[in-house]
Design a protein around this ligand. Structure first.
Ligand code: ADA
Length: 903
C-alpha cells in the first residue's frame, strides 16, 4: 500500500504541470488592482491555456513595452479601461486603478461565458455617469430612539448586517460586479456611532466597547469597499445633536436654528470625521429640522469650516497639503441656491443631490420647476446627482422595467446630471424584502433587476432597445430556466420572454397612475394600500402645497379637471385619470397572462417564480380596484355639480366592485406579505395613518368596506327622501344640496400641556374674538372649528423673527396655522419642509372678510424641550395634541362630499 502511494506520488511529480494563464500585476499594485487580480485568478483557475495576463494602470512600467500597440486614454478618463490580446499576451489596463479593476471584471465575465480567454480582444469602455451609488438606511421602520426622527445609533441589535463581514463581502462584490462605485449610508447623527469625541465627552452615546467595535467595523468596511472601487459616503441631517450632549446642555435633540454651541459641536464632529476617515465622503441634508433659510449660514459657517479643520489636521499629519474632497449637499428642504452661493467662495468641490421624482417613481423625464431646479444645480455644482429616493408608489412588489430605467438615465445625461443615487425598493427595513418567507428574502437577490438595470444604464444608457430586450431575456433565462449547461428549449426561451413582458406590463402601472390620481409623490402616501373616496374626490385638500403633482406632470388631467371638463362638455386634454386607470388595469391583467404563460419553461427558482406570478396578480387586483373606484369618484364628483341622484346610483356598483378587488388583493397578500410599506411611522397619512394596525392590505380593507356601507346607507336615505311620505332625510331632494345633514357635533381635541419659555410668543386660549397676533389687536379669529375651540395655543407677532422655545409634557403633534397670502400687513411663513402634514384645511376664518382662511398643519415632536423656528414671518400655534391622536379632516367650509362616505 505504502509503496503504491509512493509510486503514484513520484508519477505525479514527474507529470508536466497543467498550464493555467499567468497573471502579472504591477510591482506596486494598489489594493484595488490586487483585488482585480484575485478575481481574475479565480476566473482562469481551471483554464488549460498558458497566456500571460498583464494587469496594470496604463502608465505602469508593466505596460510600457506595449506602449506603441495600446492607445493612450484621453484626459480625465476616470474608470476607463482597455482589453487587448497581443499574441499570447493579454493586456488589461485602466486609466486608473478603478479602470483596471473594471477591465479585469469585464474579462472575467467574458471568460465565464466562453469558458476560455477570448481569442480576439480589442475592447475599450468607460462610464457615462461619474457617480453610481446605492443607498442603505441606517434607519428603522419605527422611530425608536427617544422620539427623534432619523436618529439611530449603530448597534448590533438594530443593524445586525452592519456587523456581518460575510454579508458585506457579498454585497460589496455584488456592487462592484454591477460597477457601482459609491455606497451612501443614511442616518440622522452618525458621529457618535463612529467617533470618539474627546472635546465633548458628554456627547458619547454608546458604551465604549460598542463604539470601539463600530470604529473597527467601519474601518474594515471602508477599506473593503475601497478595494472594489466603492466610495463610502456617510450622511447626516442638520441640526441633529447627540442626545446625550443635548441633555447635558439642556437642548432639544434637533434644533431648527443654529446656536454657537451647536455650531461648534457639529464643526468638531465633522473635523474629527474627516481626520479619522479621510477616504469616506460626507453628504448632508441641511434642512428638515433646521429651517431652510439657515442652510447658507450653516453650510458656510459650520460644515465647511469643519471640513477645512479636518483637512488642515490631516495635512499636518501627512506632511503635505491634502486636496479638498468632494462634499455632497442635498437640495432637499433648504435654500440650496443661496447655500451654494455662500459656499462657493469657501470651497470648490461641491456636488449636489436632488430627488428625481420626489419619493416615488413616475417619469422617465422631468419638466417644469423640477427641471429648472436640476438645471440650476447642474450649473452650480461639480457633479449633480439624481436621487432615486423612496419608492413609495412601488412598495412592496417586485419592480423592474429596464426600458423605463434606460430612458430615465438617458435623460440624466441629456440634462447634465452626473450621478445616480439609488434607494432600495424597501428602504426602512434593509436588507429584507416584505415577502413573508422563512428566511426573509434579501432585496439584492429578490430585486436583482432593479439593481442591475440601474447600474447597467448608469454605466451606459446609449444602448439599442432591441438588443437590450435580448439581453434582459437572457438574464431572466439565467435565473429561471438554465439547466446545467443544456441548450435552452423553446419553452425556456419563451418563459424568459414572458417574464420580461410581465415585469414591463406591470411596471408601468403605478408610475403612470399615481400622477393622475395620487395625493403626493411623497412617502405620506402608500399607493399600494389604495385611497379612500374623499381622498380621490378632493385630492388637493389632502395635498401638501409644496408637493403638488402639477409641477412636473406631462400634459393631462387630474380628476377635478376631468369632471369639470365633462360637465362643461369641454374637450379633455392629454392623459385623463379615467383613461389611465383603464389602461393600467388592462396592462396589469395582461402582465398576469404573461407571467402565467411562462410556467412550462420554468426550470429553476420555482418558488420565486410563483411569487412573481402572485405579484402580477396583486398589482392587477390593485389596478382593478383603482379603475373601478376612480370611475365611482368621478360620478360622485359629477353629482356635486348636477345634484342628480342617478350619478350616485351609478357610482354604487363601481364602489362595490372596487371593494371586491381589494378583497382579492388581501387574499393574495394575506400570507405572502408581511406588510405593504416599510415605513411604519405616523408620517404616513394616505390612505390611513401609519401605525401597527394599518400596515397590511388586510388592515385597510375594513376602511373600504365601511366606506361602501356608509355610502349605501346615505344613498338609500337620499333615495327615500325623494319619495314623498317615506321616512328619511326630509331636507334632501333629488336635486338637493350635498351638505351633511347628520354629522355629530365635533368636540375639542385632547391636549398635551406645555410651558412656553419667556422671550417669544404669547400663550392664549383659542376662541372666536381672540387676536391672531401679539402686535395687532384688530386681526382676530372670526370662527374656528370646534376641534380647536378652547385649546391652548401660541400667537406670535406679524413679523416674528425669533424661535419659540417650549417644553412638552408628552410626545405631541404641534398644530400650526399657516396664513395664506392676503393683503394683511403680516409677513407669512409657509410649511416649507415635508415634515408638516396638512390636517385641517381652512379651519380658522380670520375676521374682516378679506383675509383667507387659515389651514392647520401638524408635525410630531418628542416630549421635553423643543423649539420652533419657521424663519421670518407670522404663523399661529393652534395647540398640541397627543402624538397618536387621529385628527379628523374638518373645515368650516363643509361644502365637501365626505359625509357620503364617513360616519
Ligand atoms: C421626506 C420623507 C422622509 C425623508 C426625507 C428626506 O421628509 O418623508 O422619509 O426621505 O424626505 O430626507 O428626503
Amino acid at each position: 500500500m505504502n509503496k503504491l502511494i509512493l509510486a503514484l506520488s513520484a508519477a505525479l511529480l514527474t507529470l508536466p504541470a497543467i498550464a493555467t494563464p499567468r497573471i502579472v500585476t504591477s510591482s506596486h499594485a494598489t489594493p484595488r488592482e490586487q483585488y482585480a487580480a484575485t478575481r481574475l485568478r479565480e476566473a482562469v483557475a481551471n483554464l488549460p491555456t498558458n497566456e500571460t495576463i498583464l494587469l496594470a494602470q496604463r502608465h505602469d512600467a508593466l505596460i510600457a513595452p506595449y506602449d506603441k500597440q495600446i492607445p493612450d486614454f484621453w484626459p480625465n478618463a476616470e474608470e476607463s479601461f482597455i482589453l487587448r490580446r497581443l499574441g499570447n499576451t493579454i493586456i488589461v489596463t485602466g486609466y486608473d486603478a478603478s479602470g483596471t479593476l473594471y477591465g479585469a471584471l469585464e474579462l472575467t465575465n467574458r471568460i465565464a461565458q466562453a469558458h476560455a480567454i477570448p481569442s480576439q480582444l480589442d475592447y475599450e469602455d468607460h462610464p457615462q455617469l461619474k457617480l453610481r451609488g446605492t443607498a442603505i438606511g441606517m434607519q428603522k421602520p419605527e422611530i425608536t430612539y427617544e422620539g427623534a426622527e432619523y436618529d439611530y445609533p449603530y448597534t448590533p441589535k438594530d443593524f445586525p448586517f452592519f456587523y456581518d463581514k460575510a454579508w458585506w463581502t457579498h454585497y460589496l462584490d455584488y456592487l462592484v460586479d454591477n460597477r457601482y462605485n459609491a455606497l451612501f449610508l443614511w442616518n440622522g447623527h452618525p458621529f457618535t456611532s463612529l467617533l470618539k469625541l474627546p472635546k465633548y465627552p458628554e456627547a458619547q452615546e454608546l458604551p465604549t466597547a460598542q463604539l470601539d467595535q463600530n470604529i473597527a467595523m467601519f474601518r474594515w468596511l471602508t477599506a473593503e469597499a475601497d478595494k472594489r472601487g466603492i466610495w463610502i459616503l456617510q450622511g447626516f441631517y442638520n441640526i441633529h445633536l447627540s442626545h446625550a450632549f443635548a441633555r447635558a446642555h439642556h437642548l432639544p435633540y434637533h434644533l431648527s436654528a443654529p446656536t454657537p454651541l451647536s455650531s461648534d459641536y457639529t464643526r468638531y464632529c465633522i473635523a474629527q470625521f474627516i481626520q479619522q476617515y479621510p477616504h469616506v465622503g460626507i453628504f448632508m441634508t441641511l434642512g428638515e429640522a433646521m429651517g431652510p433659510h439657515y442652510g447658507p449660514q450653516w453650510l458656510a459657517q459650520t460644515i465647511i469650516p469643519g471640513v477645512k479643520d479636518g483637512l488642515a489636521a490631516l495635512s499636518q499629519r501627512e506632511g503635505q497639503a491634502i486636496p479638498e474632497p468632494p462634499i455632497i449637499v442635498r437640495a432637499h428642504a433648504t435654500d440650496i441656491q443661496d447655500a451654494l452661493a455662500a459656499a462657493h467662495p469657501l470651497y470648490s468641490n461641491i456636488d449636489t443631490m436632488w430627488k428625481w421624482n420626489g419619493e416615488s417613481l413616475t417619469w422617465t423625464n422631468i419638466r417644469g420647476p423640477v427641471r429648472s431646479r436640476f438645471a440650476d444645480l447642474v450649473a452650480g455644482s461639480n457633479v449633480t446627482i439624481a436621487n432615486i429616493h423612496l419608492l413609495s408608489n412601488l412598495e412592496p412588489f417586485r419592480w423592474g422595467d429596464p426600458d423605463f430605467i434606460r430612458e430615465t438615465e438617458h435623460n440624466f445625461i441629456r440634462i447634465g446630471i452626473g450621478g445616480l443615487h439609488l434607494y432600495p425598493l424597501r428602504y426602512w427595513d434593509w436588507p429584507y424584502s416584505a415577502d413573508n418567507t422563512t428566511p426573509l428574502l434579501q432585496q439584492t437577490d429578490r430585486d436583482w433587476i432593479w439593481y442591475e438595470a440601474w447600474a447597467r444604464y448608469a454605466w451606459n444608457p446609449e444602448r439599442n432597445p432591441q438588443t437590450e430586450r435580448t439581453y434582459w431575456i437572457t438574464r431572466f433565462a439565467d435565473r429561471f430556466t438554465s439547466t446545467n449547461n443544456q441548450q435552452p428549449t423553446t419553452n425556456n426561451q419563451q418563459a424568459a420572454e414572458h417574464l420580461l413582458n410581465a415585469y414591463e406590463l406591470s411596471g408601468i402601472c403605478a408610475p403612470k397612475l399615481l400622477p393622475r390620481i395620487g395625493i403626493t409623490e411623497g412617502n405620506r402616501e402608500v399607493f399600494s394600500l389604495g385611497m379612500t373616496m374623499p381622498q380621490l374626490i378632493d385630492a388637493a385638500r389632502f395635498n401638501p402645497a409644496e408637493t403638488l403633482w402639477t409641477g412636473d406632470a406631462p400634459a393631462g388631467e387630474r380628476l377635478t379637471d376631468y369632471v369639470a371638463n365633462e360637465v362643461a362638455h369641454k374637450p379633455h386634454h392629454g392623459e385623463t385619470p379615467i383613461g389611465v386607470a383603464a389602461e393600467v388595469a388592462a396592462s396589469s391583467a395582461k402582465a398576469v397572462e404573461e407571467a402565467e404563460a411562462a410556467a412550462p419553461g420554468i426550470t429553476r427558482n420555482q418558488a420565486e417564480y410563483n411569487r412573481i406570478v402572485n405579484d402580477t396578480k396583486s398589482i392587477a387586483a390593485l389596478m382593478a380596484f383603482y379603475n373601478a373606484k376612480v370611475q365611482a369618484a368621478a360620478l360622485v364628483m359629477q353629482y356635486s355639480y348636477d345634484h342628480n341622484l342617478t350619478d350616485l346610483e351609478h357610482a354604487e356598483p363601481l364602489l362595490a366592485e372596487s371593494v371586491s378587488h381589494f378583497k382579492e388583493l388581501v387574499a393574495l397578500t394575506d400570507t405572502t406579505y408581511r406588510d405593504a410599506a416599510a415605513m411604519h411611522t405616523s408620517q404616513r397619512q394616505i390612505p390611513v395613518r401609519g401605525g401597527p394596525d394599518t400596515e397590511h392590505f388586510r388592515d385597510v380593507l375594513p376602511v373600504y368596506e365601511k366606506e361602501l356601507a356608509t355610502f349605501q346607507t346615505r344613498l338609500k336615505a337620499l333615495e327615500t327622501a325623494t319619495n314623498p311620505g317615506a321616512p328619511g332625510l326630509a331636507s334632501e331632494t333629488r336635486e338637493g344640496s350635498a351638505t351633511n345633514p347628520s354629522a355629530p357635533p365635533a368636540k375639542p381635541l385632547p391636549e398635551v400641556p406645555f410651558t412656553l419659555a419667556p422671550g417669544a410668543g404669547e400663550a392664549f386660549t383659542i376662541a372666536p374674538g381672540q387676536p391672531l397676533y401679539t402686535d395687532d389687536a384688530r386681526a382676530t379669529i372670526a370662527t374656528v372649528v370646534p376641534e380647536l375651540n378652547g385649546l391652548k395655543g401660541i400667537r406670535v407677532s406679524t413679523r416674528q423673527e425669533i424661535p419659540l422655545h417650549f417644553t412638552l409634557a408628552a410626545p405631541a403633534q404641534i398644530l400650526v396655522g399657516f396664513f395664506k397670502s392676503s393683503s394683511h400687513k403680516a409677513l407669512d411663513v409657509s410649511p416649507a419642509t415635508e415634515q408638516w402634514n396638512l390636517v385641517m384645511p381652512d379651519a380658522v376664518i380670520p375676521s374682516g372678510g378679506k383675509a383667507l382662511p387659515i389651514s392647520v398643519w401638524a408635525k410630531p415632536l418628542p416630549a421635553g424641550r423643543n423649539d420652533l423656528d419657521l424663519g421670518k414671518g407670522a404663523y399661529i400655534v393652534l395647540g398640541f395634541v397627543p402624538a397618536d391622536t387621529h385628527i379628523p379632516f374638518t373645515a368650516t367650509n363643509s361644502n365637501n362630499l365626505d359625509w357620503l362616505f364617513e360616519n
